[in-house]
Design a protein around this ligand. Structure first.
Ligand code: NDP
Length: 336
């Protein structure tokens, strides 16, 4: 059985040496617990934060320990009354082939309802993040303008589509022509801007002639600079992610934006509200699943997945995602 551990902590961008692939004996199911075989592993931007020593909203991965992560897994041994061999579950297994489980923090998936991989993306944590941040914090109304970056990814793509479902205008920001084309033509956003183009800020302003009412913050840095002057009075900003600064200060992410940001918060009565999706899960997960499953079934919601083959390729796919090389929800096929 293979596992990928944190070999050393990155300084700045992660490099291959920060990861190590190890061979270990297949673990046993604990008394009262289960043995899981990982089918699909999710790669998510938050994992970059876990590689640092500093405690964020969750504990760091220790050097030498298995990288954390959610997966779609199959129960291959069960000493637990609620699970039988062959059940498919969402689990916090980490980056490995097999994982023991005590039976907590698992969610059963029904393979007949949707492709299994959707449990890691549009119908899983990223989808719920989009749904909860937009509806519970952003609260867009018909006719308003909603802007979101990383617009071809699992969070951003759903934010824009949900915004349109309440009658708002969706403006996406994405990196490169291929992603922009997808966001505009296949997801149907009202407009899309390439953040790598030299006239990015002007193009964003032109795409938002009536300003911005909801900015769903996924990135920070240069994108925030372009958005801030366009925010309307009483605009709402769900602060979901700051991927431009996850690798630490570099280039223009090191700038001090606080004075300008505070002035705009005051003078335009802005609401900035950070959130971690699970604060809303107990109360709202069923409503999200119901709404988004229906949207997928009737074709109003589309999604895209970027599946890499083989656990050994997880580090490269993960490092690529932080650089925008993924095109859709980043997933690794481990045993699926
Ligand atoms: P994505 O699959 O969209 O991957 C990240 C994308 O971010 C890249 O593909 C790239 O897209 C974009 N990106 C990376 N660096 C930059 C940069 N410097 N400037 C602009 N864009 C950049 O990820 P997710 O949909 O899973 O996550 C999106 C955001 O949501 C992340 O910030 C993540 O941390 C956050 N998040 C927060 C949660 C919460 O509970 N608060 C839960 C889940 C996610 P492109 O090529 O288009 O630039």
């Amino acid at each position: 059985s293979r596992q990928i551990v944190l070999a050393s902590r990155p300084s700045g961008r992660p490099v291959p040496d920060n990861f190590r692939l190890e061979e270990v004996p297949v673990p046993r199911a604990p008394a009262g617990g289960l043995l899981l075989r990982v089918l699909y592993l999710s790669l998510d931007p938050y994992m970059r934060g876990r590689m640092d020593a500093a405690k964020s909203y969750a504990a760091a991965v220790e050097v030498g320990h298995v990288m954390v992560g959610e997966s779609v897994s199959e129960v291959v041994e069960s000493n637990h009354a609620d699970y039988k061999v062959g059940d498919i579950v969402l689990a916090h297994t980490g980056w490995r082939d097999y994982a023991p489980s005590d039976g907590t923090r698992l969610r059963k998936l029904d393979p007949s309802l949707a492709p299994l991989t959707t449990g890691l993306g549009v119908l899983g944590m990223p989808g719920f993040t989009a749904w909860s941040g937009l509806h519970l914090i952003g609260k867009p109304k018909a006719g308003e303008t909603v802007v979101v970056a990383a617009a071809s990814g699992p969070v951003g793509s759903l934010v824009g589509q949900l915004a349109q479902m309440v009658g708002a205008r969706a403006v996406g920001i994405a990196g490169g022509a291929k992603k922009c084309e997808y966001v505009k033509d296949e997801l149907g956003f009202d407009a899309v801007i390439d953040h790598r183009s030299s006239d990015f800020a002007d193009a964003l302003a032109a795409a938002c002639p009536r300003g911005i009412d909801v900015y769903f913050e996924n990135v920070g840095g240069a994108i925030w600079d372009a958005v801030l002057p366009l925010l309307n009075t009483f605009a709402r900003v769900p602060v979901c992610g700051l991927i431009a600064q996850y690798n630490g200060p570099s280039g223009n992410t090191a700038q001090d934006r606080l004075p300008r940001t505070m002035r705009e918060i005051l003078s335009k009565s802005l609401t900035l509200r950070g959130f971690i999706n699970y604060e809303f899960a107990d109360e709202h997960y069923p409503a999200f699943l119901d709404a988004v499953s229906k949207g997928i079934a009737d074709g109003r919601i589309r999604y895209r997945e970027d599946i890499t083959d083989g656990l050994e390729n997880a580090p490269a796919a993960f490092m690529g995602m932080l650089d925008g090389k993924n095109f859709g929800k980043a997933i690794v096929r481990v045993g699926g």
